[in-house]
Design a protein around this ligand. Sequence first.
Ligand code: ADP
Length: 216
Amino acid sequence: MKTLKRFVLVGGPASGKGTQARYLAQAFGLHTLSTGALLRQEIEACSDLGRQAQSFMDRAMLVPDEVVNDIVRGWLSNNDETPWLLDGYPRTVAQAETLDSFMRERGLGVDVVVWLDVARELIEARMLKRKECTKCGLITRDGEMVCPDCGSGMRVRADDNLEAFARRWQDYEALTVPVANYYEAKGLAVRVRVTEEGEPEEVSLRISQKLKEFAE
Ligand code: ADP
């Protein structure tokens, strides 16, 4: 039985990574670093790093490897002893190689990589159904016309558009799927393919089951 302490979560844009990261963190007692969330915090705080990242994120582009590698290295140096999950990193093979060499220097390694492989059509359909209340900001996922909380009109979010999505998907296929393949070749990847709409809890159960088999 393998002990799983260091997790990487790989998945496409809007694949439900954040939700599954929360389940995994809870189930395995992990400390999570989400590079996307951290970059958004930096943007809000108007830091130098935030300004640098924003110019890329506004255009739905990946932030350069060096910038993200530095952030992750800093975080990992403070978390040698803690079981952790990296959500949204590595996103390119260059980032994966950096992570590997950094871990090797410390005599450590990634234990398992969960690949949340959600079909593109499913994500697109989800995104177009997702709506935001024009008044109270509530987000719903069933295409409601009227807000269930305050009764105001609902609209599609500005960033949930097919054009920005197409760009992010292209990066995912060209740069991030090779990361999943890189770990598959090392025998570290657990792939969970999602092709039908369902509850996030069902996906999380499938991930747990596959992780159990992986660890045996
Ligand atoms: P999503 O995967 O749904 O696009 P994330 O919150 O994971 O959302 O990431 C948001 C944005 O942050 C990405 O589109 C990218 O611009 C940037 N980002 C996050 N992680 C990385 C990374 N490892 N390398 C480069 N850019 C990143």
